[in-house]
Design a protein around this ligand. Structure first.
Ligand code: ADP
Ligand code: MG
Length: 399
């Protein structure tokens, strides 16, 4: 992994306060958390810092209060469930700076935890205002960032603070950076990328970055239709961004220059409309009819991609290969997901995946836990796949 200071570099922290940026932007309904994954993800960091004797003050955002106090966007309902998961009381301070924060932190003993109120209640957070960052820095002695999923934003608690206090990567951040480095930073070759999803337009930067780094790039999902169209194949009534045909051809040409093999579907599953139980037809590329809509890659395409994965040491995946939400159009995604998971187990393949729908598809295929790493970071994962520097990660680099 790129050199970052981690919790392993810290000794005894008795008498010190660690300001820890976490991602507690959990799904909530009527004040109840419906999925506590993000709380669980933060536990190793909290536990490790507590074990070193630190007072742990958690910084997090919730929703988009736009710099104002909004009672419905309070983090208060998170403290109880977090206490339960941690098995220790978590105090709550109803402001992340000033007197409320100070007095609550002062009242903690070594190894105790406080959750500070939503940082986005202050406009200085999203503005990365230096005075607000300084007010946060006053509360602690060191800064630990464990929120990779917020690292694509240069906010006071994700970026500014890292310049004001000794800065460390938390356990979840560390895991994510190690996995991403294994997948694209310094991967074991050959590396096969799989990119699907609905539109080329949302993933242009990602495709351009990947062709420069991968040995093979398989394109699927709706965006494959645009590439097929650009190569002169009929796509019927499928989702297709015809105005991006030139761009698609440019990406293919660039891939050729960079010796990245592009795999487009060789057969596709078509229907007249989307819906469970609709009549489907699998057609070779070239045979798609004017009334067809392409909703999945065909079994020959999936088998060819699986054969490419057999030769790979590393797989990086974003975007489902078809409309996986509606069977049978999940078939190619499920086939490749299961095959990839099997190669992780039997051949030591490194397989890293990310993206909201991709993660859902891997769960639906029952293999999310069998991948080497599945990033739940959403936007930050995509920006990283685009080759962009993430401000929250850059700020952690030792100076
Ligand atoms: P992620 O969230 O993992 O980054 P995307 O949001 O880019 O993935 O893409 C997922 C969406 O792409 C899904 O809703 C899926 O139904 C859609 N999709 C996949 N293949 C097709 C297709 N052939 N036609 C239309 N939509 C598709
Ligand atoms: Mg999506």
């Amino acid at each position: 992994m790129p050199a970052f200071h981690t919790i392993d570099d810290l000794g005894d922290l008795t008498g010190k306060t660690a300001l820890v940026r976490v991602d507690f932007n959990v799904p909530m309904e009527g004040g109840r958390i419906t999925d506590d994954t993000r709380l669980r993800v933060a536990l190793p960091t909290i536990r490790d810092l507590c074990a070193k004797g630190a007072k742990v003050a958690l910084l997090a955002h919730f929703d988009r209060p736009k710099g104002k106090r909004a009672p419905t966007m309070s983090l208060a309902p998170v403290a109880g469930p977090l206490s339960e998961l941690l098995g220790a009381h978590v105090a709550f301070a109803d402001d992340c700076v000033g007197e409320a924060a100070k007095s609550t932190i002062a009242a903690l003993g070594p190894g105790q935890v406080v959750l500070l109120e939503n940082v986005r209640f202050h406009p200085g957070e999203e503005e990365n205002d230096s005075q607000f960052a300084a007010a946060l820095a006053q509360e602690g002695d060191l800064y630990v960032n464990d929120a990779f999923s917020a690292a694509h934003r240069a906010h006071a608690s994700t970026e500014g603070l890292a310049h004001l206090l000794p800065a460390y990567a938390g356990r979840s951040m560390q895991r994510e950076l190690v996995a991403l480095d294994l997948a694209l930073g310094a991967p074991k070759r050959p590396v096969v990328g799989i990119v699907g999803g609905s539109k080329v337009s949302t993933k242009l930067d990602l495709l351009q970055n990947l062709v420069a780094k991968l040995d093979t790039l398989a394109i699927g999902g709706g965006m494959a239709n645009t590439f097929l169209y650009a190569m002169g194949h009929p796509v019927g009534e499928s989702l297709c961004e015809k105005d991006l045909a030139d761009t698609a051809r440019d990406i293919i040409a660039e891939a050729g220059r960079k010796s990245c093999e592009i795999l487009l579907p060789i057969d596709v599953v078509c229907a007249d409309a989307l819906g469970p139980g609709v009549e489907t037809a699998t057609r070779d590329i070239g045979d798609v009819r004017p009334s067809d809509k392409i909703f999945d890659a065909g079994s020959k395409s999936a088998a060819r991609l699986n054969a490419a994965i057999d030769l790979a040491h590393t797989v990086i995946w974003n975007g489902p290969l078809g409309v996986f939400e509606i069977p049978p159009f999940d078939a190619a995604t499920v086939s490749v997901a299961r095959h990839t998971a099997e190669r992780v187990k039997s051949a030591g393949l490194i397989a890293v995946a990310g993206g909201g729908d991709t993660v859902a598809a891997l769960h639906a295929a029952g293999v999310a836990d069998d991948f080497s790493f599945v990033s739940t970071a959403g936007g930050a994962f995509l920006e990283w796949m685009e080759g962009k520097a993430l401000p929250g990660v850059e700020a952690l680099r030792p100076r």
